[in-house]
Design a protein around this ligand. Structure first.
Ligand SMILES: Nc1ncnc2c1ncn2[C@@H]1O[C@H](COP(=O)(O)OP(=O)(O)OP(=O)(O)O)[C@@H](O)[C@H]1O
Length: 305
């Protein structure tokens, strides 16, 4: 794969044996290749069951591929590592520890030789980063869902992972809290240059957060159908996203994929489709595009890796 990728997914498959060991095994996905650049924010979208969580679990080292390998920062993954922090939909905080205690626990696991003062300071810094300064002594039971998820984010970031893995981290939150936390996540990832791989079902979330959006076909036998480069400026603001001429072409492209192409491309891949180099598209980013007159067409990109 391309040099400069911090994550290199190389031809992985995940198969499960038939129940009782009789009959054919089920292939959830196979021949999956993907590179993620350092500092990049990648979102994966695909219908339920296509294997998004399975891929994320493999990246986390919580599951292993049936074939292929994943290289992170030059080393093949062979289990979980504090270099890769995971944030799930549920918060999984330790209920008997305070906010400070939960984050400090992770910091101590990462740097067991650090002094207590240094651990406390690191924990406090990341609690402040997610906007929870003043709540350090609270226990999880005293926090709202959004606050608990902030603690989860602080805990994940406090160990300064090479990669942040997020599995629908905001989907259980109300719309207002979700928006605020998306803003926070985006700000923090931009400020810290955090490489992030995230699963979402929410196309607006992907448009707002991602540099690239990986589209997976339906499973079983899922594949990476396409990689969408986000044509919106990197310093985009939530409030005027929709004014950008590429916004609707991008959004329509993603919707159209989920409605039809996620199924048709699994059953009949596009001519010349190469699993190592899925098509890269940049919807709406046509050189002749007149600002204010959005094109409804996606434009295949000659940059295809
Ligand atoms: N231990 C297992 N044994 C057999 N099949 C499994 C096992 N774990 C997962 N699967 C199957 O693998 C497929 C992919 O699951 P996965 O959770 O990765 O999908 P997903 O795309 O993340 O779905 P969702 O969007 O609903 O979270 C599903 O069909 C699931 O039933």
């Amino acid at each position: 794969m391309t040099d400069g990728n911090i994550i290199s997914i190389e031809g992985i498959a995940r198969r499960y044996p038939a129940p009782g060991g009789k009959g054919k095994s089920t292939t959830i996905f196979e021949n999956l290749w993907l590179g993620v650049r350092r500092g990049e924010f990648v979102c994966t979208i695909g219908h339920s069951g296509c294997g998004k969580t399975t891929v994320l679990n493999i990246l986390a080292g919580l599951d292993a591929p049936s074939e292929g390998t994943v290289i992170v920062d030059g080393q093949a993954i062979d289990g979980p590592s504090l270099d890769r922090a995971v944030i799930f939909q549920s918060h999984a905080l330790l209920p008997w520890l305070s906010v400070q205690g939960n984050v400090a626990f992770a910091v101590r696991s990462r740097w067991p030789d650090w002094s207590a003062a240094r651990i406390e300071e690191q924990a406090r810094r990341f609690i402040a980063l997610v906007g929870l300064a003043g709540s350090e002594r609270k226990r999880p039971a005293e926090l709202s869902g959004g606050m608990k998820q902030r603690v989860g984010i602080a805990r994940a970031l406090s160990i300064e992972p090479k990669i942040l893995l997020m599995d629908e981290p905001f989907s259980a939150l109300d719309a207002l809290t979700r928006g605020t936390l998306q803003d926070e996540a985006r700000r923090i990832c931009m400020e810290t240059g955090q490489t992030t791989y995230m699963i979402t079902h929410d196309i607006d979330e992907a448009i707002y957060l991602a540099d690239r959006i990986v589209l997976m076909t339906n499973g079983p036998g899922a594949r990476v159908a396409e990689i969408v480069e986000n044509p919106l400026p990197r310093d985009r603001a939530r409030t005027d996203l929709y004014r950008h001429p590429s916004y609707y072409p991008l959004r329509n492209h993603l919707i159209e994929f989920l409605v039809t192409r996620s199924r048709t491309l699994r059953d009949a891949p596009a001519d010349g489709w190469d699993p190592r180099h899925p098509p890269v598209v940049r919807p709406g980013a046509h050189p002749e595009l007149v600002p204010g007159e959005p094109s409804l067409h996606s434009v295949p990109n000659a940059l295809s890796a």
